[in-house]
Ligand binder design. Sequence first.
Ligand SMILES: [Zn+2]
Length: 71
Amino acid sequence: MMFDAIDHALTHNTCDHILRHVREWCNQNGIESWPIETWLQGNGGYCDCEVLANTEQSFQEACNPRDDVQE
Ligand SMILES: [Zn+2]
């Protein structure tokens, strides 16, 4: 899970004010980072610590859309 990896990384490193750990996580998992970076920035995550602070909830919601839309 990307957020856990970033959280863990930031307990041992300070934030570089870039999406450094996002990119590292993507590299390690063979995932292209630019679509993820674009999405994170669109949700207020311009660096690793902002990703943790601002985007985790949006990410959960994007992954688990609420299915309370009833006809
Ligand atoms: Zn930061």
